[in-house]
Design a protein around this ligand. Structure first.
Ligand code: ARG
Length: 577
């Protein structure tokens, strides 16, 4: 597979710059940027190199652009470039080159033009990470969906990805849960459906504690016993964790999300004291007011903040201690060269601190805080249930599937029950994921069922429907795609579609630059609308000969790219809907 079009244009553009004689003034390693053109009327790609350079060499940008075009060699790649506006240079890919590209993409069934990275990293992705026996709230929804998508994308690009669900299985909530287990547990309810019962117990004790401060102390004592290794408490704790994991796994199955590891906080228990001793020994941590702390006096941002506490006066360890032990484990045992944390923005300070501490400890690993904003209700306040409760992911998924079922019922009442259920599942789960992934992660987005499940607009149902159309044509024809000898592009709508398909190879690698699956979502949406225009302008089954074959090939390739791209977002497709 040849390189992407921008990657092919760039060296020729660099050569043209050199030939104009101005390259002596260029900064070392200057690579002119080549981007998709804003308006396809003027070309397929454009560069603003002439405008950028004109400033530096004090020339008129349009004149400089003319000089560059004069020297540009488009042989076997582009038509003669054109100059537009204040000095843009526009490139149009030659028709035969685009045709050849479509033929190549049809052959490249696994990668669809997307190259693997040349320097694969070992990346641990830390996402989802809910807390045992506490509700999995909307923050965990975002983390789970974004993290899973990033894992899929990084893996496809050839990185060695290790997904790790760092569940909160050793937190202070266990004081209340232990007390609740011993005093207010409904055994029958637990056996019937453990997770809601554990939640109920946690909530009830939480409420009792807020009314009675003495009870809070009783719960704390339970926690201390647990941490000191009390046999009974350990046994209850183990059972709670196991039950919770089974409940969580059910949600992950619905979401089609999998982890390589579930190394929760408790996994690091016996590593914490040695870690603290080591940090004190090295002078990285020190005692302050009875606690062991890490101060960051040299750090621009952290110097004025409270220190990171890694051991309390009573000997207890904290969130930061576990996270430092976790980094050590990931670097030493997994050989991580990168760790990505997909966690809500409120934990910024925590991660700034542990990243800096890891640096002081000498860990040579790229640490990335992939943070995200909140999900809001239609009233622009925190997303809550009607009773003001935290929204549970499991309920959201079920409701979405139920709502999707109505769409299927309206469109295709005659489908067999089982098929309707399966299509509703794909649309319902896809809609929740797509609502998340089509937004930039830092944006607070509004959770709105009607928008999410609309058949028109930038939604999962619209995209799934576009895919279904690419498949329907072959069903109508009565055979699968039979291959094609030669692609022939005659209409503008065809070349626009071919160009979009070729750009998949440009989009996928760019997603990880700033961890933005939403750029992929935008691409899929554009591909679907471009396909829609092609569909309206170019009859397929009524066409003949090479034109028909080529159009069928474009339908086939569009279907493949749509399915693959949605797959990178963790969204499944359906053949009918
Ligand atoms: N359990 C934490 C929470 O719910 C998230 C953990 C994120 N990962 C980590 N390594 N700290 O807030």
């Amino acid at each position: 597979m040849a390189a992407t079009f921008p990657a092919l244009i760039q060296p020729r553009l660099a050569a043209a710059l050199q030939a104009t004689g101005i390259s002596g003034d260029l900064p070392d390693g200057f690579v002119p940027s080549v981007d998709p053109a804003q308006n396809p009327q003027f070309g397929d790609y454009q560069t603003n190199a002439a405008m950028v350079l004109a400033k530096q060499v004090k020339k008129n940008p349009r004149e400089l652009a003319a000089e560059i075009v004069e020297k540009f060699d488009g042989e076997g790649l582009t038509e003669t470039p054109e100059i537009a506006g204040p000095g843009f240079i526009n490139f149009r890919i030659r028709k035969n080159v685009l045709e050849q590209r479509v033929e190549d993409l049809l052959e490249d069934t696994d990668r669809l033009g997307v190259e693997e990275v040349t320097d694969p990293e070992t990346i641990v992705i830390d996402f989802s990470a809910p807390n045992v026996a506490k509700p999995m709230h909307v923050g965990h929804i975002r983390s789970t969906i974004i993290g899973d998508s990033l894992a899929r994308i990084a893996r496809f690009l050839g990185h060695n990805v290790i997904s790790d669900n760092h569940i909160g299985d050793w937190g202070t909530q266990f004081g209340m849960i232990l007390y609740g287990w011993k005093n207010v547990l409904d055994k029958e309810a637990l056996e019937a459906d453990p997770v809601p019962e554990l939640l109920r117990v946690y909530k009830e004790v939480n409420k009792l504690c807020s009314e009675d401060p003495d009870l809070r102390e009783v719960c704390k004592a339970q926690l201390v016993d647990l941490q000191a290794g009390d046999k009974e408490n350990l046994k209850i704790w183990e059972e709670c964790v196991e039950l919770s994991k089974v409940g969580l796994q059910k949600i992950y199955d619905k979401l089609d999300v999998a982890f390589d590891h579930w190394l929760g906080e408790s996994f690091y228990n016996d590593k914490l004291q040695p870690l603290v001793d080591n940090l004190v020994g090295k002078g990285i941590a020190s005692e302050s007011d009875g606690a062991i702390c890490i101060f960051f006096p040299e750090h621009e941002k952290l110097a004025d903040q409270p220190p990171a506490i890694i051991q309390k006066g009573d000997g207890g360890f904290l969130y930061a201690t576990t996270d430092l032990a976790t980094i050590e484990h990931r670097v030493q045992e997994f050989g991580a060269t990168s760790i990505w944390y997909v966690v809500g923005a409120p934990q910024q300070l925590h991660f700034d601190q542990i990243f800096e501490a890891a640096r002081l400890m000498g860990h040579n690993v790229d640490l990335q805080f992939v943070s995200f904003g909140s999900i809001l209700g239609k009233d622009r306040k925190m997303f809550k249930t009607r009773d003001g409760d935290t929204v549970q992911l499991d309920d959201v998924l079920d409701e979405s599937v139920a709502r999707a079922r109505k769409i299927v019922e309206e469109k295709n009442p005659e489908f067999p029950e089982q098929e309707k259920a399966e299509i509703a599942r794909v649309i319902g789960i896809g809609a929740v994921k797509y609502a998340e992934l089509s937004q930039f992660r830092m944006t607070d987005y509004i959770f709105d069922w009607d928008n999410m499940l609309a058949l028109k607009g930038n939604t999962a149902p619209y995209l799934l429907n576009a895919y279904v159309r690419t498949r329907a044509i072959f069903r109508k024809m009565g055979s699968d795609f039979q291959g094609v000898d030669h692609i022939e592009i005659t209409e503008a709508a065809e070349s626009a579609l071919a160009m979009k398909l070729a750009q998949y190879a440009e989009v996928v690698p760019s997603i990880l630059t700033d961890f933005r699956p939403n750029t992929l979502a935008t691409y899929i949406y554009e591909l679907a609308t471009t396909y829609h225009k092609f569909w309206e302008a170019c009859p397929v089954l009524k066409a003949e000969g090479a034109v028909k074959e080529s159009r069928l090939a474009l339908c086939e390739l569009t279907g493949r790219v749509l399915k693959h791209a949605l797959g990178l977002l963790g969204i499944q497709t359906t053949e009918k809907m």
